[in-house]
Design a protein around this ligand. Structure first.
Ligand SMILES: Cc1ncc(COP(=O)(O)O)c(C=O)c1O
Length: 328
């Protein structure tokens, strides 16, 4: 199974200068999607390591479009609604969490959806794409060369000519409105903890989630993005682009030792870890993102990387639908 990672880029719409405070939160009924639980994990391993570990359960926000997908879609959908777009167009591969979530959220909130899919059509389609179709998403397969133009203005114009006045969300959902949505993760955690956490961890693919998180933490807190990609150090540049220039302290980093050979690659050790984690803590992880993050985090904890009595929060960013592509 060849799966390419998503990339962060601009969308067909320039939202960088947007005043998001003008977005009317009541234009969509999102009341049931406003928060997620913060769950503390207990085990002899964590006790011995003398750290407190909490999981921000964004995977529980919605069965089909929860996780960081909802964080990224939230303000994009509000924007689309308020600007009278009735169709969302976005990009992804055959197993894309973002395609899956956009199709489901589009159906839920009454948008038509179009998915521009990388590569040829397969019969039968992946479980992700057949779900997207069942939600009413119109799929258009394009070859990989054409797909690489997905951020180019000319190509986006061509799509608009073809499909009409659609609201274009970039691959992975990662744009400035997505970052605004991810910032809310920190607000919610802070409201739930009596004392501030020391470290927050998330899985990183484009770096947008980490950018949202990092832009909201205090200078004495630290954020780690566990790269799901091989050679993920380049993500530090992507994340920096979204941070205020005035930030002088670099209280975050990309951890790139736990990619398991590359994007969507797995081995028996990772699969076993995910199964053991499920058995011990009752939480299912995905193999592409959160499984690798927790594996890496547990390794760092075991190595004594964190100070004693540290409070660590790990974001469960969802992605469980992708497990259908693995033996999980
Ligand atoms: C489940 C899941 N977790 C984490 C990520 C990584 O998030 P980001 O692309 O914002 O770095 C993704 C991809 O967007 C994802 O689907």
């Amino acid at each position: 199974m060849v799966i390419d990672p998503p990339s962060i880029e601009s969308s067909g719409l320039d939202v960088s200068e947007l005043d998001v405070s003008e977005l009317d939160i009541s234009s969509l009924d999102i009341s049931s999607l406003s928060d997620s639980p913060l769950q503390q994990l207990h085990s002899p391993f964590l006790e011995q390591a003398n750290v407190q570990l909490f999981v921000k359960r964004d995977d529980l926000m919605h069965p089909q479009f929860g996780g960081n997908k909802w964080r990224k879609l939230k303000y994009n959908l509000l924007y689309a609604k308020q600007h009278q777009f009735d169709t969302l167009l976005t990009f992804g591969g055959a197993w894309s969490n973002h395609i899956y979530a956009t199709a489901a959220a589009g159906k839920h909130f009454g948008f038509k959806t179009i998915g521009i899919i990388r590569g040829e059509k397969h019969t039968p389609p992946s479980a992700t794409l057949s779900f997207a179709e069942s939600c009413g998403m119109q799929l258009n397969y394009i070859n990989r060369t054409e797909y690489r133009q997905k951020h180019e203005a000319q190509f986006l114009q061509k799509l608009k000519k073809q499909y009409g006045d659609v609201y274009i969300i970039p691959e992975g959902g990662s744009n400035p409105l997505a970052i605004k949505g991810c910032q809310e993760i920190i607000d919610e955690i802070s409201q739930k903890l009596n004392t501030p956490f020391d470290v927050i961890c998330c899985a990183s693919g484009t770096g947008a989630t980490l950018a949202g998180i990092t832009s909201k933490i205090h200078s004495d807190q630290y954020a780690i993005g566990f790269s799901a990609l091989k050679g993920g150090k380049f993500l530090e540049q992507e994340v920096s682009q979204f941070l205020p220039i005035k930030a002088t302290i670099k209280n975050w980093r990309i951890e790139d030792n736990y990619h398991f050979g590359g994007y969507a690659k797995v081995d028996d050790t990772l699969i076993q870890f995910i199964k053991d984690f499920r058995d011990q803590y009752g939480i299912m992880l995905d193999a592409v993102y959160t499984g690798k993050m927790f594996f890496g985090l547990f390794q760092l904890i075991a190595q004594g990387h964190f100070e004693k009595h540290s409070t660590i929060v790990a974001l469960h960013s969802g992605g469980l639908q992708g497990n259908a592509g693995y033996k999980l």
